[in-house]
Design a protein around this ligand. Sequence first.
Ligand code: HEM
Length: 480
Amino acid sequence: MHATATPSSATAPRAYEDLPGPRGLPLVGNALQIEPGRFHQQLEAWAGEYGPYFRLQLKERRAIVVSEHETIAAVLRDRPAGFTRSRKQAAIWAEMGLPEGLFMAEGPAWERQRRMVMSAFDPAHIRRYLPAMREVAGRLALRWQAAAREGRALDLQAELMRYTVDTIAGLAFGEEVDTLGGGDDVIQRHLNAIFPTLYRRVLAPVAMWRLHKSRADRELDAAIAEVKAAVAGFIARSRQRMAAEPQRREQPSNLLEAMIAAGDQAGSGIDDEQVAGNVLTMLLAGEDTTANTLAWMLHLLWRHPPALQRAVDEVRQVLGDTLLEAITPEQLGALDYLEACTHETMRLKPVAPMLPLQAAMDTRIGPVDVPAGVVVLLLMRHDGLDEARFSEPRRFMPERWLQAQAQGAKRVAMPFGAGPRICPGRYLALLEIKLALAMLLSRFEITAVDAAGEAGEAAELLAFTMQPVGLMMRLREGMA
Ligand code: HEM
């Protein structure tokens, strides 16, 4: 028996089979009750009813749903040995013909890839990516300037996706991708189909695509083949540039060069197939997450005018008359209130509200003895909304992250996960978020961020990441 140490393990152990949980049907269990778009909300509601540990049956797969943050952190730390990512997710990824990257890898392959990827994400490397990132932010500024002049409302989520796609694609492909300027976004459109399909297939009660390939399934296969060929081209061209300019090995100017350089080190065990898997992984993991966090943040700031005003004041005071193309990492680092707004946004609207893992061996989760193979669904938002841990937990109060006890709060809300598999892109994401907000708040006045939802609140839609539905933003040029 492998024991996951948690404070709750002091209480009497319970068997997995004895856990409460929503009643299901014979054979399918709870599978037909699941609504994929609001699965996280269903699980959160059940946690309210059945407590911090409950049982779920998704056809033949048994699951435990966990919402106590100490136990969640213990599970996340107990990797790679104790828990893997959901094996079904990885199997469907492989079935789709996608090369394995860090997110799906396990065991020694994960360890090798993690070393390679982390070397591309250390703070020194990330600073080197800033010039390319500022350029993308500049293109976003031009696009928004045109909309402001024409009095046109902006589809916020779509706009921010273009920003994160161009940023991350530029870094991961090593070549400019200009969806903001209206450039070719074919690869992008292909990639956009991948995560939602993966998510749908993981939760599908019947694997229809195996019985009969629909037109959409065939289009997806073709899209994946095209994306793979394009990525092979990016890697080949990047290798040519690195051969012509060997200093790129020492001072990589993008993620792709950094990964190739790390993979080429003697004994790294990394080949181009794994580099390709990670180019795709970076794109997929870095796009929606960051764009949706930004969209939620603007939604919340708009609904809390004093917080918005404080953010505007901070940005204008720190930047002074610095031009966008001259913004320094130090200036972005000084935007403490903006960073607090980001943490508060991720507490209330974590874009990964539920993390699916799987027990690699017989183990104990909190007080529960769990057999090997059980799926472990970690509810990441539950304790962040607990009034025992956060005063007025449903209120957007960025100031709470500026207080001395903020470090403790970070252990409760874990928007980037925790332990050995914590998100490697978190500093890059924070930099992208600050850069976009610095551009927006220094150059424009926001005149509306409207949501179609009830009382102006955007609905949450889970499609692998959790996105706000239907946000439209209006801007005016210049200062308020
Ligand atoms: C606000 C933005 C982001 C959020 C909220 C976020 C969140 C997460 C979460 C919750 C995980 C799972 C961590 C765990 O299992 O403990 C993760 C993993 C990962 N993220 Fe992010 N992420 C963001 C941005 C990015 C960016 C920009 C990149 C890359 C450019 C990225 C790349 C990855 C990768 C490769 C993994 C898998 C790590 C592994 O399994 O070892 N993420 N992220």
